[in-house]
Design a protein around this ligand. Structure first.
Ligand code: KIV
Ligand code: ZN
Length: 505
């Protein structure tokens, strides 16, 4: 039996601690509990819930998460002081993550301690934690810029005093896979308790370095969802886990099918957008546009898909654009139940490429609109929802209000709503009128491009979701932002309704 195949790596999630240190991110107690619950479902081994010493509110959050009785261990961060440790103990966590700087620059300028003081605090504080019956994970902060002889001495002290695991932080992200591997090898030659790794992404190597540490024998990896964390962030949980599972064939307890939904929850609650080309969870991670790719994946997914999208809770997306191929566009249309003949398909591809050449982003709605025109359907006749009239009122002393008249399946209806602005009010009125046809929610709204002066064209791109979880994008461009928003919304609603009716629902 291959020993590597049986290896299990612990996933220590620090989204709620180092992740919350991401500039601009602050989470409420409810947000943190929601993320912790999702992380527990995801199957991480440990959640670092926060730093109780930082504020009374933070202490309350950590205590609340510990009280949730999650499937995983709950950990609190503490500096090497009794005050910090007492606050962590009062939170009833399973383990305390104790840290103290060991690099010359941080010992001198961050905490003003001599190496001997660091050594004695390490021993005293670990002893204090152990005497309270808690597990202790010990981090020599800035380990990778520390003197190796001194670092080994600190780690040995931690081990002999009773630390359960030693975590090696690459605090400022200066390691490479090679130096990380050598570093972990050195520490392992001295230490018998499990070793963990904590990498930052300052040079974009956090994931690679974490994997190198695993190769060198580390048993645990610190990571964060979407790679959140101080400065450039920490090692991304989804990337570390998928690489371990698929490239190294090393197991973790993570249910990979929940990776995408977890990423979405964290992105929504932190307000931090995930870049489109981010591995595993980015919008384009499973999207194919060029002809050779779309042809390849529709015939044999393995051609251009190293990971099955379903394995991480995603779906393949074939994108219509100037690089699109005939087969990809055909497959995309068939996915929404539209079948075209070869001649029609050729014309559709030609028009999409023309749009792409003009620099236009071709959304699903464009593809359907083009296809409808090409196959001779009059788009107006296809519309289930049509705008008859719109009036908006806004100002300093009036509540923004919109009144909308729509034709739904041939009958005219009207409604008025208020909102934070005229766009919000108009979209709410549309949703109110169409809710009996289908419950469609607005997931994303972007004012994509505004060119020129005050008569500029505003381009609104939206994503709507129907009750079955189908997500559809739509867009509209107008000189009037409210009109562009309303048209995009109606476009999206029509697309959802047409798709459902074509599928016989
Ligand atoms: O990056 C770091 O050094 C840390 C410590 C608290 C472990 O986050
Ligand atoms: Zn860190």
């Amino acid at each position: 039996m291959n020993a590597k195949r049986n290896r299990h790596i612990r996933i220590f999630d620090t989204t709620l601690r180092d992740g919350e240190q991401t500039p601009g991110v602050t989470l409420t107690i409810e947000d943190k509990i929601e993320i912790a619950t999702q992380l527990s479902k995801l199957g991480v081994d440990v959640i670092e819930a926060g730093s109780p010493m930082s504020s009374d509110g933070e202490k309350k959050v950590v205590k609340a998460i510990a009280k949730e009785k999650l499937e995983c261990e709950v950990c609190a961060l503490a500096r090497a002081t009794k005050g910090d440790i007492d606050k962590a103990i009062e939170c009833d966590v399973d383990l305390i993550h104790l840290f103290i700087p060991t690099s010359p620059v941080q010992m001198k300028y961050a905490v003003n301690l001599s190496p001997n003081q660091v050594l004695s605090s390490t021993a005293k504080m670990i002893d204090y934690i152990k005497k309270h019956g808690l597990k202790c994970e010990f981090s020599p902060m800035d380990a990778t810029r520390s003197n190796m002889t001194f670092l080994k001495k600190v780690c040995k002290t931690a081990e002999t005093t009773g630390a359960n695991i030693i975590n090696i932080p690459d605090t400022v992200g200066i390691m490479t896979p090679k130096t990380t591997s050598e570093f972990i090898g050195e520490i392992k030659s001295e230490i018998n308790i499990p070793i963990s790794i904590h990498c930052h992404d300052d040079f974009g190597m956090a994931v690679a370095n974490s994997l190198a540490a695993v190769e060198a024998g580390a048993q645990q990896v610190h990571c964060t969802v979407n790679g959140l964390g101080e400065r450039a962030g920490n090692a991304s949980l989804e990337e570390v886990v998928m690489a371990l599972h698929m490239i190294y064939k090393i197991k973790t307890g993570v249910n990979t099918r929940l990776l995408y939904s977890t990423s979405r929850i964290v992105s929504t609650l932190t307000g931090l957008f995930v870049q489109a080309n981010k591995a595993i969870v980015g919008e384009n991670a499973f999207a194919h546009e060029s002809g050779i790719h779309t042809r390849g994946v529709t015939v044999k997914p393995l051609t251009f898909e190293p990971i099955k999208p379903e394995l991480v809770g995603r779906k393949r997306k074939l994108v219509a654009g100037k690089l699109a191929g005939t087969r990809g566009i055909k497959a995309e249309l068939e996915e929404v139940g539209i079948h075209v003949n070869d001649k029609q398909l050729k014309e559709i591809v030609k028009r999409i490429k023309n749009l792409g050449d003009k620099g236009k982003m071709v959304t699903d709605a464009d593809l359907i609109a083009i296809t409808s025109a090409v196959i001779g359907e009059v788009i107006a006749e296809e519309k289930i929802v049509d705008l008859y009239d719109l009036a908006v009122m806004t100002g300093i002393k009036v509540i923004p209000t919109a009144s909308v008249r729509l034709v739904l399946d041939g009958t005219e209806y009207s409604a008025a709503e208020t909102g934070v602005g005229p766009v919000d009010a108009a979209l709410k009125a549309i949703q109110k009128l169409t809710q009996n046809l289908a419950k469609i929610t607005l997931n994303e709204y972007r004012l994509e491009a505004i060119t020129g002066g005050s008569n500029a064209v505003a381009e609104v791109v939206i994503k709507v979701e129907d009750e079955k979880g189908n997500i559809i994008s739509a867009r509209a461009a107008r000189e009037d932002i409210v009109m562009a928003s309303v048209e995009a919304m109606i476009n999206g609603i029509n697309k959802c309704l047409i798709k459902n009716r074509k599928q016989g629902k």
